[in-house]
Design a protein around this ligand. Structure first.
Ligand SMILES: C[S@@+](CC[C@H](N)C(=O)[O-])C[C@H]1O[C@@H](n2cnc3c(N)ncnc32)[C@H](O)[C@@H]1O
Length: 342
Protein backbone atom coordinates (compact mmCIF):
# COMPACT_ATOMS: atom_id res chain seq x y z
CA UNK A 1 0.00 0.00 0.00
CA UNK A 2 1.09 3.55 -0.67
CA UNK A 3 1.18 6.36 1.90
CA UNK A 4 -1.83 8.71 1.84
CA UNK A 5 0.16 11.46 0.08
CA UNK A 6 1.20 9.15 -2.74
CA UNK A 7 -2.36 7.91 -3.13
CA UNK A 8 -3.54 11.48 -3.39
CA UNK A 9 -1.05 12.42 -6.07
CA UNK A 10 -2.06 9.33 -8.07
CA UNK A 11 -5.70 10.40 -7.80
CA UNK A 12 -4.82 13.93 -8.89
CA UNK A 13 -2.79 12.66 -11.85
CA UNK A 14 -5.67 10.40 -12.87
CA UNK A 15 -8.19 13.16 -12.48
CA UNK A 16 -6.11 15.66 -14.45
CA UNK A 17 -5.57 13.14 -17.24
CA UNK A 18 -9.28 12.51 -17.59
CA UNK A 19 -10.06 16.21 -17.43
CA UNK A 20 -7.74 16.70 -20.42
CA UNK A 21 -9.31 13.78 -22.24
CA UNK A 22 -12.85 14.90 -21.77
CA UNK A 23 -12.68 18.59 -22.57
CA UNK A 24 -15.65 19.77 -24.57
CA UNK A 25 -14.73 18.36 -27.93
CA UNK A 26 -17.35 16.32 -29.75
CA UNK A 27 -14.88 13.52 -30.37
CA UNK A 28 -12.32 12.85 -27.67
CA UNK A 29 -8.76 12.30 -28.92
CA UNK A 30 -7.18 8.91 -28.28
CA UNK A 31 -5.06 8.74 -25.15
CA UNK A 32 -1.59 10.05 -26.13
CA UNK A 33 1.21 7.71 -24.99
CA UNK A 34 2.63 10.21 -22.52
CA UNK A 35 -0.75 10.62 -20.87
CA UNK A 36 -1.47 6.92 -20.87
CA UNK A 37 1.68 6.50 -18.81
CA UNK A 38 0.26 9.01 -16.35
CA UNK A 39 -2.96 6.98 -16.23
CA UNK A 40 -0.99 3.85 -15.58
CA UNK A 41 0.94 5.46 -12.78
CA UNK A 42 -2.29 6.82 -11.41
CA UNK A 43 -3.75 3.32 -11.21
CA UNK A 44 -0.59 1.82 -9.74
CA UNK A 45 0.25 -0.72 -12.47
CA UNK A 46 1.89 -0.76 -15.94
CA UNK A 47 0.20 1.11 -18.79
CA UNK A 48 -3.42 -0.06 -19.00
CA UNK A 49 -4.36 -1.13 -22.56
CA UNK A 50 -7.29 1.27 -22.72
CA UNK A 51 -8.30 4.77 -23.78
CA UNK A 52 -11.31 6.88 -22.83
CA UNK A 53 -13.21 8.31 -25.80
CA UNK A 54 -16.70 9.32 -26.82
CA UNK A 55 -19.09 6.60 -27.90
CA UNK A 56 -21.90 7.07 -30.42
CA UNK A 57 -24.77 6.93 -27.96
CA UNK A 58 -23.55 6.41 -24.39
CA UNK A 59 -21.36 9.44 -23.66
CA UNK A 60 -17.78 8.61 -22.86
CA UNK A 61 -16.62 5.02 -22.76
CA UNK A 62 -13.52 2.86 -22.38
CA UNK A 63 -11.95 1.30 -25.48
CA UNK A 64 -9.29 -1.37 -25.93
CA UNK A 65 -6.04 0.23 -27.12
CA UNK A 66 -4.82 -3.25 -28.22
CA UNK A 67 -6.14 -6.77 -28.33
CA UNK A 68 -6.93 -8.06 -24.84
CA UNK A 69 -7.09 -11.78 -24.06
CA UNK A 70 -9.94 -13.45 -22.16
CA UNK A 71 -9.14 -13.48 -18.45
CA UNK A 72 -6.52 -10.74 -18.73
CA UNK A 73 -6.30 -8.17 -15.96
CA UNK A 74 -7.04 -4.93 -17.82
CA UNK A 75 -6.14 -2.71 -14.90
CA UNK A 76 -6.75 -2.30 -11.22
CA UNK A 77 -8.07 0.76 -9.44
CA UNK A 78 -7.98 2.15 -5.95
CA UNK A 79 -11.09 3.87 -4.61
CA UNK A 80 -11.28 7.64 -4.53
CA UNK A 81 -13.70 7.20 -1.64
CA UNK A 82 -14.95 3.98 -0.03
CA UNK A 83 -17.24 3.37 2.92
CA UNK A 84 -18.18 0.13 4.65
CA UNK A 85 -21.80 -0.99 4.94
CA UNK A 86 -23.03 0.50 8.24
CA UNK A 87 -24.16 -2.93 9.46
CA UNK A 88 -20.63 -4.32 8.99
CA UNK A 89 -18.62 -1.69 10.85
CA UNK A 90 -17.36 -4.34 13.26
CA UNK A 91 -16.66 -6.88 10.52
CA UNK A 92 -14.67 -5.01 7.87
CA UNK A 93 -11.72 -2.65 7.84
CA UNK A 94 -12.89 0.94 8.08
CA UNK A 95 -10.37 1.91 5.39
CA UNK A 96 -9.97 -0.90 2.83
CA UNK A 97 -13.17 -2.91 3.58
CA UNK A 98 -11.21 -6.14 3.99
CA UNK A 99 -13.13 -8.66 6.11
CA UNK A 100 -11.54 -8.81 9.55
CA UNK A 101 -10.05 -12.14 10.59
CA UNK A 102 -11.98 -13.60 13.50
CA UNK A 103 -8.84 -14.74 15.25
CA UNK A 104 -6.98 -11.46 14.75
CA UNK A 105 -7.42 -8.78 17.36
CA UNK A 106 -8.49 -5.74 15.39
CA UNK A 107 -7.09 -2.32 15.99
CA UNK A 108 -10.16 -0.53 17.24
CA UNK A 109 -10.79 3.12 17.76
CA UNK A 110 -13.95 4.89 18.74
CA UNK A 111 -15.76 7.37 16.61
CA UNK A 112 -18.81 9.51 17.26
CA UNK A 113 -19.15 11.62 20.38
CA UNK A 114 -15.81 10.79 21.93
CA UNK A 115 -16.86 12.58 25.11
CA UNK A 116 -19.93 10.42 25.56
CA UNK A 117 -19.28 6.69 25.76
CA UNK A 118 -22.96 5.84 25.17
CA UNK A 119 -22.58 7.23 21.66
CA UNK A 120 -19.31 5.53 20.89
CA UNK A 121 -19.25 3.30 17.85
CA UNK A 122 -16.15 1.24 17.30
CA UNK A 123 -14.47 0.95 13.95
CA UNK A 124 -11.58 -1.26 13.05
CA UNK A 125 -8.54 -1.23 10.84
CA UNK A 126 -7.11 -4.45 9.48
CA UNK A 127 -3.52 -3.20 9.67
CA UNK A 128 -1.35 -0.34 10.80
CA UNK A 129 -1.00 0.58 7.14
CA UNK A 130 -4.77 1.06 6.78
CA UNK A 131 -4.94 2.99 10.02
CA UNK A 132 -2.13 5.22 8.73
CA UNK A 133 -3.79 5.77 5.36
CA UNK A 134 -7.15 6.49 6.96
CA UNK A 135 -5.66 9.58 8.58
CA UNK A 136 -6.73 11.39 5.42
CA UNK A 137 -10.31 11.40 6.74
CA UNK A 138 -10.26 9.88 10.20
CA UNK A 139 -8.35 12.64 11.96
CA UNK A 140 -11.22 14.98 11.09
CA UNK A 141 -14.03 12.46 11.53
CA UNK A 142 -13.13 11.18 14.97
CA UNK A 143 -13.24 14.60 16.58
CA UNK A 144 -16.88 15.20 15.68
CA UNK A 145 -20.20 13.97 16.99
CA UNK A 146 -21.89 12.20 14.07
CA UNK A 147 -24.91 10.95 16.02
CA UNK A 148 -27.56 13.02 14.26
CA UNK A 149 -26.16 12.57 10.76
CA UNK A 150 -25.54 8.83 11.16
CA UNK A 151 -28.94 8.25 12.78
CA UNK A 152 -30.61 10.11 9.92
CA UNK A 153 -28.81 7.91 7.36
CA UNK A 154 -29.39 4.73 9.29
CA UNK A 155 -33.16 5.31 9.71
CA UNK A 156 -33.51 5.89 5.98
CA UNK A 157 -30.95 3.22 5.03
CA UNK A 158 -28.92 5.84 3.16
CA UNK A 159 -25.40 4.76 2.25
CA UNK A 160 -24.19 7.36 -0.24
CA UNK A 161 -24.32 10.33 2.18
CA UNK A 162 -21.78 8.40 4.28
CA UNK A 163 -19.43 8.55 1.30
CA UNK A 164 -19.98 12.31 1.04
CA UNK A 165 -19.25 12.62 4.76
CA UNK A 166 -15.96 10.77 4.25
CA UNK A 167 -15.08 12.87 1.21
CA UNK A 168 -15.83 16.08 3.14
CA UNK A 169 -13.46 14.91 5.92
CA UNK A 170 -10.80 14.11 3.29
CA UNK A 171 -11.14 17.59 1.81
CA UNK A 172 -10.90 19.23 5.22
CA UNK A 173 -7.74 17.29 6.01
CA UNK A 174 -6.23 18.11 2.60
CA UNK A 175 -6.33 14.50 1.34
CA UNK A 176 -8.74 15.20 -1.54
CA UNK A 177 -9.59 18.16 -3.70
CA UNK A 178 -13.03 19.76 -3.66
CA UNK A 179 -13.58 19.01 -7.35
CA UNK A 180 -12.16 15.47 -7.45
CA UNK A 181 -15.43 13.93 -8.67
CA UNK A 182 -16.45 16.75 -11.02
CA UNK A 183 -15.32 14.91 -14.13
CA UNK A 184 -17.75 12.04 -13.52
CA UNK A 185 -21.20 11.97 -15.06
CA UNK A 186 -23.92 13.16 -12.65
CA UNK A 187 -27.37 11.58 -12.25
CA UNK A 188 -30.37 13.78 -12.96
CA UNK A 189 -32.21 14.12 -9.69
CA UNK A 190 -35.95 14.28 -8.97
CA UNK A 191 -37.21 17.34 -7.07
CA UNK A 192 -38.17 15.11 -4.07
CA UNK A 193 -34.66 13.70 -3.96
CA UNK A 194 -33.25 17.22 -3.95
CA UNK A 195 -35.50 18.11 -1.02
CA UNK A 196 -34.32 15.05 0.96
CA UNK A 197 -30.73 16.00 0.25
CA UNK A 198 -31.27 19.41 1.86
CA UNK A 199 -31.89 17.76 5.24
CA UNK A 200 -28.84 15.53 4.92
CA UNK A 201 -26.72 18.46 3.89
CA UNK A 202 -27.86 20.56 6.85
CA UNK A 203 -27.03 17.76 9.28
CA UNK A 204 -23.60 17.32 7.71
CA UNK A 205 -22.87 21.03 7.83
CA UNK A 206 -24.14 21.35 11.43
CA UNK A 207 -21.82 18.53 12.50
CA UNK A 208 -18.79 20.39 11.17
CA UNK A 209 -20.00 23.73 12.48
CA UNK A 210 -20.45 22.32 15.99
CA UNK A 211 -16.93 20.94 15.71
CA UNK A 212 -15.75 24.57 15.41
CA UNK A 213 -14.20 24.22 12.00
CA UNK A 214 -12.97 27.55 10.76
CA UNK A 215 -15.36 29.14 8.31
CA UNK A 216 -12.75 29.57 5.59
CA UNK A 217 -11.91 25.84 5.53
CA UNK A 218 -15.61 25.05 5.11
CA UNK A 219 -16.42 27.38 2.22
CA UNK A 220 -16.62 24.38 -0.14
CA UNK A 221 -19.40 22.83 1.95
CA UNK A 222 -22.41 24.30 0.20
CA UNK A 223 -25.71 22.68 -0.71
CA UNK A 224 -24.68 22.84 -4.38
CA UNK A 225 -21.43 20.98 -3.66
CA UNK A 226 -23.27 18.32 -1.66
CA UNK A 227 -25.86 17.76 -4.39
CA UNK A 228 -23.22 17.71 -7.14
CA UNK A 229 -21.18 15.10 -5.32
CA UNK A 230 -24.16 12.91 -4.47
CA UNK A 231 -25.43 13.11 -8.04
CA UNK A 232 -22.11 11.67 -9.20
CA UNK A 233 -21.92 9.04 -6.50
CA UNK A 234 -25.42 7.79 -7.38
CA UNK A 235 -24.41 7.01 -10.96
CA UNK A 236 -20.84 5.89 -10.43
CA UNK A 237 -20.56 4.17 -7.04
CA UNK A 238 -19.95 0.44 -7.02
CA UNK A 239 -21.46 -1.90 -4.50
CA UNK A 240 -18.59 -4.10 -3.42
CA UNK A 241 -20.11 -7.52 -3.33
CA UNK A 242 -17.50 -10.17 -3.69
CA UNK A 243 -14.50 -10.22 -1.50
CA UNK A 244 -12.59 -13.48 -1.80
CA UNK A 245 -8.95 -14.33 -1.29
CA UNK A 246 -8.31 -15.34 -4.89
CA UNK A 247 -9.94 -15.05 -8.30
CA UNK A 248 -10.35 -18.84 -8.43
CA UNK A 249 -12.03 -18.89 -5.02
CA UNK A 250 -14.35 -16.11 -6.12
CA UNK A 251 -15.39 -17.97 -9.28
CA UNK A 252 -15.85 -21.23 -7.38
CA UNK A 253 -18.13 -19.70 -4.78
CA UNK A 254 -19.74 -16.84 -6.70
CA UNK A 255 -23.24 -18.27 -6.21
CA UNK A 256 -22.74 -18.60 -2.46
CA UNK A 257 -21.44 -15.04 -2.19
CA UNK A 258 -24.45 -13.68 -4.07
CA UNK A 259 -26.85 -15.72 -1.96
CA UNK A 260 -25.20 -14.45 1.22
CA UNK A 261 -25.50 -10.81 0.08
CA UNK A 262 -21.83 -10.26 0.73
CA UNK A 263 -21.79 -6.49 0.10
CA UNK A 264 -19.07 -5.05 2.32
CA UNK A 265 -19.55 -1.45 1.28
CA UNK A 266 -19.56 1.05 -1.54
CA UNK A 267 -16.76 2.80 -3.37
CA UNK A 268 -16.19 5.24 -6.18
CA UNK A 269 -13.28 5.04 -8.63
CA UNK A 270 -11.97 7.13 -11.48
CA UNK A 271 -11.28 4.93 -14.54
CA UNK A 272 -13.94 2.29 -13.74
CA UNK A 273 -16.54 5.08 -13.79
CA UNK A 274 -16.05 5.45 -17.54
CA UNK A 275 -17.10 1.91 -18.38
CA UNK A 276 -20.52 1.77 -19.99
CA UNK A 277 -23.04 -1.01 -19.46
CA UNK A 278 -23.90 -4.08 -21.54
CA UNK A 279 -26.22 -6.92 -20.50
CA UNK A 280 -23.75 -9.32 -22.16
CA UNK A 281 -20.50 -7.62 -21.12
CA UNK A 282 -16.99 -8.30 -22.36
CA UNK A 283 -15.39 -7.21 -19.08
CA UNK A 284 -16.17 -7.33 -15.39
CA UNK A 285 -15.11 -5.60 -12.22
CA UNK A 286 -14.19 -7.73 -9.25
CA UNK A 287 -12.90 -7.35 -5.74
CA UNK A 288 -10.76 -9.97 -4.11
CA UNK A 289 -9.50 -9.10 -0.65
CA UNK A 290 -10.46 -5.46 -0.32
CA UNK A 291 -11.90 -2.39 -2.06
CA UNK A 292 -9.16 -2.33 -4.68
CA UNK A 293 -10.98 -3.15 -7.90
CA UNK A 294 -9.76 -5.31 -10.77
CA UNK A 295 -11.12 -4.99 -14.29
CA UNK A 296 -10.86 -8.27 -16.16
CA UNK A 297 -11.66 -9.31 -19.71
CA UNK A 298 -14.40 -11.92 -19.96
CA UNK A 299 -13.54 -12.84 -23.54
CA UNK A 300 -11.04 -11.95 -26.24
CA UNK A 301 -11.41 -8.27 -27.11
CA UNK A 302 -10.15 -6.66 -30.30
CA UNK A 303 -8.22 -3.39 -30.46
CA UNK A 304 -10.69 -0.52 -30.76
CA UNK A 305 -13.61 -2.47 -29.27
CA UNK A 306 -15.50 -0.77 -26.45
CA UNK A 307 -15.08 -2.42 -23.06
CA UNK A 308 -18.36 -2.74 -21.21
CA UNK A 309 -19.31 -4.15 -17.84
CA UNK A 310 -22.75 -5.17 -16.53
CA UNK A 311 -24.11 -2.74 -13.91
CA UNK A 312 -26.83 -5.09 -12.69
CA UNK A 313 -27.61 -8.76 -12.14
CA UNK A 314 -27.32 -10.05 -15.71
CA UNK A 315 -29.51 -13.07 -14.93
CA UNK A 316 -32.63 -10.88 -14.73
CA UNK A 317 -35.30 -10.89 -17.44
CA UNK A 318 -35.31 -8.28 -20.21
CA UNK A 319 -38.11 -6.12 -18.68
CA UNK A 320 -36.58 -6.12 -15.20
CA UNK A 321 -33.17 -5.12 -16.60
CA UNK A 322 -34.66 -2.29 -18.64
CA UNK A 323 -36.61 -1.00 -15.62
CA UNK A 324 -33.61 -0.94 -13.28
CA UNK A 325 -31.33 0.65 -15.87
CA UNK A 326 -33.91 3.33 -16.69
CA UNK A 327 -34.75 4.12 -13.07
CA UNK A 328 -31.29 3.73 -11.58
CA UNK A 329 -29.05 4.94 -14.38
CA UNK A 330 -31.32 6.97 -16.63
CA UNK A 331 -30.88 5.12 -19.92
CA UNK A 332 -32.61 2.58 -22.08
CA UNK A 333 -30.31 -0.31 -22.82
CA UNK A 334 -29.89 -0.94 -26.53
CA UNK A 335 -27.28 -3.69 -26.27
CA UNK A 336 -27.44 -6.69 -28.62
CA UNK A 337 -29.01 -8.87 -25.94
CA UNK A 338 -31.74 -6.28 -25.22
CA UNK A 339 -32.31 -5.77 -28.95
CA UNK A 340 -33.29 -9.44 -29.16
CA UNK A 341 -35.37 -9.05 -25.94
CA UNK A 342 -33.41 -11.94 -24.42
C1 LIG B 1 -20.85 5.04 -14.99
S1 LIG B 1 -21.33 6.14 -16.23
C2 LIG B 1 -20.46 5.51 -17.62
C3 LIG B 1 -19.63 6.59 -18.30
C4 LIG B 1 -20.43 7.66 -18.94
N1 LIG B 1 -20.84 7.26 -20.28
C5 LIG B 1 -19.68 8.97 -19.00
O1 LIG B 1 -19.66 9.63 -20.04
O2 LIG B 1 -19.11 9.36 -17.96
C6 LIG B 1 -22.98 5.59 -16.46
C7 LIG B 1 -23.78 6.41 -17.42
O3 LIG B 1 -23.33 6.20 -18.76
C8 LIG B 1 -24.43 6.09 -19.66
N2 LIG B 1 -24.49 4.70 -20.14
C9 LIG B 1 -23.84 3.62 -19.66
N3 LIG B 1 -24.10 2.53 -20.38
C10 LIG B 1 -24.97 2.90 -21.35
C11 LIG B 1 -25.64 2.20 -22.39
N4 LIG B 1 -25.45 0.90 -22.60
N5 LIG B 1 -26.47 2.90 -23.20
C12 LIG B 1 -26.69 4.23 -23.00
N6 LIG B 1 -26.08 4.95 -22.01
C13 LIG B 1 -25.23 4.29 -21.19
C14 LIG B 1 -25.67 6.41 -18.85
O4 LIG B 1 -25.92 7.78 -18.96
C15 LIG B 1 -25.24 6.04 -17.44
O5 LIG B 1 -25.98 6.72 -16.47
Amino acid sequence: MFPAGAALSRRRASSELLRQLCRTTSVAPPLPPSLSTVAAAAEGIGPPPIRVSFTESAGRGVFAARGIAAGELIHSAQPLVAHPSPSLLDKVCYYCLRRLQKEASPISTSILGENDSSKTTACYFCSESCREQSKGFYEVEKGLDWTLFDDHCSMRRLKYPLMVKRLACMILSGAASVDCLDILQPASLHPETLLEMEDEFQLLKDTFTKGHFKNDSMTFLTKEWYINVLARIRINAFRIELVAKTYEEMLASAAAFIAADAAVGNAIYMLPSFYNHDCDPNAHIIWLENANAKLKALRNIEAGEELRICYIDASMEFEARQKILAEGFGFQCGCLRCSSRD
